[in-house]
Write a protein that binds this ligand. Structure first.
Ligand code: CTP
Length: 398
């Protein structure tokens, strides 16, 4: 999605300037063409050479430093940018932008651009709370500037509080957000993710290898595309996406209750969770002791959440997953029919590059009308967008 996008990254003078290097790496890794502008004080913290080497573009530090004709023709950075990011942004640069002051390369270029501008402030907590700063930030927001608010933490100045630059991964996510078409605006999308755990006794449970990565990627992409998202997740060590209602559950029974109670209010439901099909008939209150050479565990069936949704469907678009190790298409199309789904995402979890706890997947998309699409190996984030492209089309928004 960032492939070929021109992003201007403004770096101002704060100790967090070094984190901008990581942001630059995330942007270039995603295929963006990044041009860095540093304020004079930023160069006191990190050398322009670092940014130049990693961006493979010249770094601009001087006012009216006209980039060579050969590189940009007659068009300035301001005109060429798809997006501006200022990270870290000091109270000073934010004050200048709010006051209409353009006295260096960065402020001049930002003021001249029509591209969206994303600001990630970093400063001392008292500066951040200062009413003058607050007014400046509000003013810029009113004019359409985007902000990625700083987080709480130990600040370089010794104070503890909000003012710490947001994690570069979140700034990267906000950049994707700013560039996304909001084609899912108005949709209420419920996504389930991760495994469930069925307890045997206080120290043991039955579960599976699901990491939650696929479901989280769908939830994140849906929010970025403008949907109101609820994520219902089983235990997962993956960082929870921001900007959505997120409900943590443990067992299939809990997941069922949370999903069913929200089903009516949803327009789309994506069941990416790997729900346990069975649970122990009885959970022992005490740890079960070793006893004899064999041990029997009686299991009873959990309710199939997706099948229940399919039976009670009233207008929602239902998307299911099928994790298979054999007869992929046969099993997947049976599940599509039996569970009354609109779209089924099938993957052979035993194939190289697909399955649990990795960042890539290879899936087939099966539609109610019998169409089957084969997608090549791609990252789970890309698979998420592919699925949501089909969801948007099925909802008449493609
Ligand atoms: N699913 C569900 N509730 C269950 C089991 C599965 O909602 N108790 C959903 C999953 O979230 C997934 C789809 O059903 O979207 C298919 O899950 P999968 O485990 O592949 O298939 P099952 O229907 O459980 O069939 P089987 O285990 O026999 O392959």
């Amino acid at each position: 999605m960032l492939k070929g996008k021109k992003i201007v990254l403004g770096v101002t003078g704060g100790i967090a300037a070094y984190k901008s290097v990581e942001l630059l790496r995330l942007l270039t890794k995603a295929g963006a063409d990044v041009h860095v502008i540093m304020t004079r004080s930023a160069t006191e913290f990190v050398t322009p050479l670092t940014f130049q080497t990693l961006s493979m573009n010249p770094v601009n530090t001087e006012l009216f430093n006209l980039i060579s004709e050969r590189e940009i023709g007659h068009i300035s950075l301001a005109d060429r940018a798809d997006l501006f990011i200022i990270a870290p942004a000091t109270a000073n640069v934010i004050g200048k932008l709010a006051g209409g002051i353009a006295d260096d390369m960065l402020t001049t270029t930002v003021m001249a651009t029509k591209a969206p501008v994303l600001i990630a402030p970093a400063m001392n907590v008292n500066m951040y709370r200062n009413p003058i700063y607050r007014e400046n930030e509000e003013k810029l927001k009113k004019h359409g500037y985007f902000f990625v608010e700083p987080v709480r933490g130990m600040l370089a100045c010794g104070w503890e509080g909000e003012g710490k630059l947001q994690d570069p991964k979140e700034i990267f996510e906000a950049a994707m957000d700013a560039l996304s078409v909001k084609d899912l605006a108005g949709e209420k999308i419920l996504v389930t993710a991760g495994p469930t755990r069925e307890e045997i006794d206080p120290v043991r449970f039955i579960s599976n290898y699901s990491s939650g990565k696929m479901g989280y990627a769908i939830a994140r992409a849906a929010r970025r595309r403008g949907a109101a998202v609820t994520l219902i997740t089983g235990p997962s060590s993956v960082q929870k996406p921001c900007g959505m209602e997120s409900v943590s559950v443990v067992s299939a029974g809990q997941m069922r209750d949370e999903v069913i109670s929200r089903a009516k209010g949803s327009t789309v439901i994506v069941m990416a969770a790997a729900v346990a099909d069975y649970r122990p008939a009885a959970r022992s209150g005490d740890k079960i002791k070793k006893n004899g050479e064999t041990q029997q565990l009686e299991l009873v069936k959990n309710s199939d959440i997706l099948a229940e949704l399919g039976r009670g469907k009233n207008g929602q678009l239902l998307v299911g997953f099928a994790a298979e190790t054999e007869n992929l298409l046969g099993n997947a199309s049976r599940k599509l029919q039996e569970k009354n789904l609109d779209l089924l995402v099938a993957n052979d979890v035993s194939a190289d590059g697909a399955g649990f706890d990795i960042d890539t997947n290879i899936v087939k998309l099966l539609f109610k009308d019998g169409r089957v699409e084969d997608l090549p190996l791609m990252t789970k984030a890309e698979v998420a967008d592919q699925i949501l492209d089909r969801v948007a089309a099925l909802r008449g928004k493609g």
